[in-house]
Structure formats: C-alpha cells, structure tokens
Design a binder for this molecule. Structure first.
Ligand code: URA
Length: 210
C-alpha cells in the first residue's frame, strides 16, 4: 500500500477551517470541494494515459489523453458525495459509480445499502472518495468490493485518516495495488470511533442533518 499525506500550507489552512466547529455547512461544502481538487492532483499522478497526435496552430505534435477504460470515481454515500464535484472538476471524463455504506454505530462495522457500479471493472483504475478514514472498516469494504469486480488498482482520497485506519486497510488489502491520499494524518480514534482531533461527523457537517 502506498500512502501520501499532503504537505502543503493551502491544504493545512483549508483543513483548519474545516475542523473548526463554528464553520457552517455552506463553507464546509465549498472547502471540501477545494480540498478534494487539490488532493486529486496527487491521487491522479499515475492515471493511465495514451499518446495522441494533435495539430497545434504551428505544427503537428504528440500529447497524451486519458486511456480507456476511463477512470472510475466511486464516492461512498453519503459523505463521499460531498467530494464528487471537486474530483470531477479535475477529471471531467471520469465515469462515476456509487456505493452506499453505513457504519453500525455499535459494532462500527459497515453494511452495503446501495450500489450502482459497472459489473465488470477489469482493467479499471478506481478512485474512492471517503472523507474520513477512521477504523478503516468502510474503506476496506469498498476497496475489496472493487477488486472483487476486477479493478486493477484503487486509490482512496480521504480528508483525514488515522494510523489505525491505515493499518486496517494495509492488512486487508495485501497483494493489491492500493494508494491512500490523505489531507492529514490525525492522532487516532476516541472511544466512539471519531477521529481525534478530527472534524466531527463529516456527513452531518456537509449536509447539516443526521
Ligand atoms: N466518520 C466521521 O464522519 N467522522 C469521524 O470522526 C469518524 C468517522
């Protein structure tokens, strides 16, 4: 598993505002979108391209285009939906699939309640959007779901992560090609499974509801 933790003052600044409990949903949503666009730049570093011939006003030359099958972006409902616009802004030709996972607040285990993905993900590069890598339970479920359908490699973009979450994903995805891109690596989890210092419940902060 490859892990990239962002190291850029703009990202740290935006995360600081995001963490602040006084930041209201409209600002939280706008910042999430901006952060994902910045993180997507790193997450797509190995996106597959193929050579294309083009004609500039001056000369014929070679460039690159994103290869087919196109990358598949998979926001994990509900909070991952708040990350979708920021991702497709950077990769507008990507296809989008949906996976709905909900965490049982007692056992902290994920269950699937919605799924809209292509049946065959052979040769697909997949980009999972999930703002909080807490215990790692949801991300492990999502990543293995995609590999079971044939995905070639999976990159997860998360705003915040924990050492426990990274360890869980690493252990559950041995031998798979997995990359995790984090805005920040936080200290850990509290007894209720919240990331510390964290930002609270990302879905609630994005949508202002429970
Ligand atoms: N999910 C969240 O939204 N927040 C956390 O702190 C942990 C999991």
């Amino acid at each position: 598993m490859r892990v990239h933790v962002a190291d850029h003052p703009l990202i740290t600044h935006k995360l600081t505002v995001l963490r602040d409990k006084n930041t209201a949903s409209p600002t939280f949503r706008a910042l999430t979108e901006e952060l994902v666009t910045l993180l997507a730049y790193e997450a797509t570093r190995n996106v597959r391209t193929e050579p294309v011939k083009i004609q500039t006003p001056v000369i014929e030359t070679m460039g690159v285009a994103i290869s087919h099958p196109l990358p598949l972006v998979v926001p994990i409902l509900r909070a991952g939906l708040g990350m979708l616009d920021g991702m497709v802004k950077l990769v507008p030709t990507a296809e989008v699939g949906f996976l709905g996972l909900v965490r049982d607040e007692e056992t902290l285990m994920p269950t699937t309640y919605a799924e809209r993905l292509p049946d065959d993900l052979s040769n697909r590069q997949c980009f999972v959007l999930d703002p909080m890598l807490a215990t790692g339970g949801s991300l492990v479920a999502a990543i293995n779901y995609l590999f079971d359908r044939g995905a070639q490699d999976v990159t997860a973009i998360c705003l915040l992560g924990t050492p426990e979450g990274l360890k869980a994903v690493d252990e559950a995805t041995q031998g798979r090609e997995v990359t995790i891109v984090l805005g920040a690596l936080d200290e850990g989890l509290n007894e209720r499974g919240y990331i510390v210092p964290g930002l609270g419940d990302a879905g609630d902060r994005l949508y202002g509801t429970v």
